[in-house]
Write a protein that binds this ligand. Structure first.
Ligand SMILES: *[C@@H]1O[C@H](CO)[C@@H](O)[C@H](O)[C@H]1NC(C)=O
Length: 272
């Protein structure tokens, strides 16, 4: 009998939904009581109490189970929050890393553009230098002694500088018209030529000097009257700043006119 009641009670409790209310519980109690004949002895009271206790126990078990479920749910929510927090942290870290990476990349690009600018600047300087060098390589001059009516120069007892005052060309301005000195602007092989013209029965002659040192003689001597010429051409390796000039050979004479008989010429053949 007791077992039967307990099972029917259990069935009733199990059929009750989780949203059970206080009112539902009262109905349940009433049902339990109504299934029992009204007790008149102590045994009946005890049975009733046992039934009631069993009912309470089932409810407690049910509540405990619900509690456990909610705790588990809470735990899983906590885990989820924790997971999301971790994810957020990771994203933050990642975005920080990306920002740092970007900054580094920008710095590198800046450096690169600075380097390219410097390279461009140095290339410009190099180009300018090459232009200048090319300009320096254009060296040529030709000058006659005078540009006036027939005039004799000499004779003198000593070597006398000849200043060829009438330039036909003077590219690179390496030849100085007021001193008669050619100064090498670059290291290289140069070619020089000097022609002297004389007349009467007196010798004509010139001397080509390099830095005050005698290099070549241009000379002619005839015993009879009349015009006479001499020429000498040389190639020389000159260093920057080397000076070339012509002097009148002692006791000789040169003459020049608007016809340009007596000349001094030179040009750069190639640099070295
Ligand atoms: C020629 O030489 C003189 C004297 O050394 C100098 O004063 C002058 O500037 C020079 N001229 C040129 C064109 O170099």
């Amino acid at each position: 009998m007791e077992i039967m009641v307990f099972f029917s009670l259990l069935l009733l409790v199990c059929s009750v939904s989780t949203n059970q209310t206080e009112a539902d519980n009262e109905i349940l109690d009433h049902q339990i009581l109504s299934q029992q004949p009204c007790p008149h002895d102590i045994n009946a009271v005890l049975r009733e109490m046992a039934v009631s206790m069993a009912g309470q126990k089932v409810r407690i078990t049910f509540l405990e189970k619900e509690n456990q479920d909610q705790a588990a749910k809470l735990e899983s929510q906590k885990t989820e929050i924790e997971r999301q927090k971790t994810e957020t942290e990771q994203l933050k870290l990642l975005s920080k890393e990306q920002a740092a990476k970007l900054e580094t990349e920008i710095d590198q690009l800046k450096l690169q553009s600075e380097e390219q600018e410097a390279m461009l600047e140095s290339q410009k300087t190099e180009t300018d230098q090459l232009k200048q060098e090319l300009q320096d390589k254009k060296v040529a001059f030709s000058a006659s002694l005078l540009d006036q009516d027939h005039t004799d120069t000499g004779p003198f007892n000593t070597e006398t500088p000849l200043i060829f005052k009438h330039a036909i060309i003077n590219i690179g301005n390496a030849y100085n018209l007021s001193t008669g000195i050619f100064t090498a602007p670059v290291r290289g092989v140069y070619h020089f030529g000097c022609k002297v013209y004389g007349h009467e029965s007196i010798q004509t002659g010139g001397l080509l000097f390099k830095n005050g040192e005698k290099m070549f003689l241009i000379h002619e001597h005839q015993k009879t009257a009349g015009g006479v010429s001499a020429y000498n051409g040389v190639s020389l390796l000159l260093e920057v700043g080397d000076e070339m000039s012509v002097r009148l050979w002692p006791k000789s004479m040169v003459c020049d006119s608007k016809n340009h008989h007596t000349t001094f010429s030179g040009h750069l053949v190639f640099t070295m």
